[in-house]
Design a protein. Structure first.
Length: 258
């Protein structure tokens, strides 16, 4: 089996000795941390206030009978709720006919973080991925990645009925009232970062996400500068694919020669 362990390491540039924060005594360190904590509490409370406003948004009805394609074939959109009252839909980009290595690195990053669904279920929320493109291809990708969440293919004409004006890559929330379905919220871009808890943890580390847009001191490592696929790819693939290949999984999507 090919050794892919090297692909799990940061790019070579990251091995250069980075600059270091100033070293101080414990009292000075704690004083600076305490000042930051004040700002963090303000940030947390503002986040709570925004969430409260989100809960007070109006809603708009969408077509509950819109067809989507899952493991059981074509089903109406409302079936994706699995009997629960709410649905968190993650719209996953798909590049039809391309191999696994060329699939969306950002959506792979976000989807791969969704591992434990029981807490959502305890609040009567179903999580499902709504993927662009043909079900056969994308479900094989799901199997390669080892993801277990509900998975559906959503034709473009169906997207226009359940998320008018939306696009694959966004996240949307829905509420079911009997046999009617309503859209209550959607977000895209950096609004989707809530799914990637790796980013939240990296933000707590001294070197952060190590991406070029960040406001970091001079000399902080930024190994992903100028790399194709930005911060989500290493050596030509979405980063999380390498561990699957190392485990011996097949990334064959049935697209060879297409």
């Amino acid at each position: 089996m090919k050794d892919v362990s090297k692909n799990l390491r940061p790019p070579a540039a990251a091995t250069n000795a980075p600059s270091l924060p100033s070293a101080v005594d414990r009292a000075t360190f704690q004083a600076e941390l305490d000042k930051l904590l004040v700002r963090e509490k303000v940030h947390t409370r503002e986040g709570d206030a925004i969430a409260a406003a989100r809960r007070r948004l109006p809603m708009v009805e969408v077509d509950a009978a819109t067809p989507v394609i899952g493991a059981a074939g074509e089903v109406p959109f409302i079936d994706a709720f699995e009997g629960r009252s709410q649905l968190f839909a993650s719209y996953h980009m798909w590049h039809t006919g391309l191999p696994a290595a060329d699939q969306c690195e950002g959506c792979t990053f976000n989807t791969g973080h969704v591992l434990e669904l029981s807490y959502l279920h305890s609040r009567d929320v179903t999580f499902a991925v709504f993927c662009e493109g043909p079900y056969e291809e994308s479900s094989r990708y799901r199997n390669f990645m080892g993801w277990e969440m509900p998975w559906y293919s959503v034709p473009e004409e169906s997207l226009d009925r359940i998320a008018p004006g939306g696009h694959f890559g966004m996240k949307a929330c829905y509420l079911r009232d009997g046999d009617r379905v309503f859209e209550t919220y959607w977000t895209t871009g950096r609004g989707c970062e809530v799914m990637g808890n790796s980013y939240g943890m990296l933000d707590m580390t001294v070197y952060g996400r190590q991406e070029p847009w960040e406001d970091s001191p001079e000399g902080w490592p930024q190994p992903f500068v100028g790399r194709t696929g930005g911060a989500f790819r290493l050596d030509g693939r979405p980063i999380s694919q390498w561990s699957r290949l190392s485990a011996g999984r097949s990334d064959d999507l049935g697209t060879a020669g297409r």
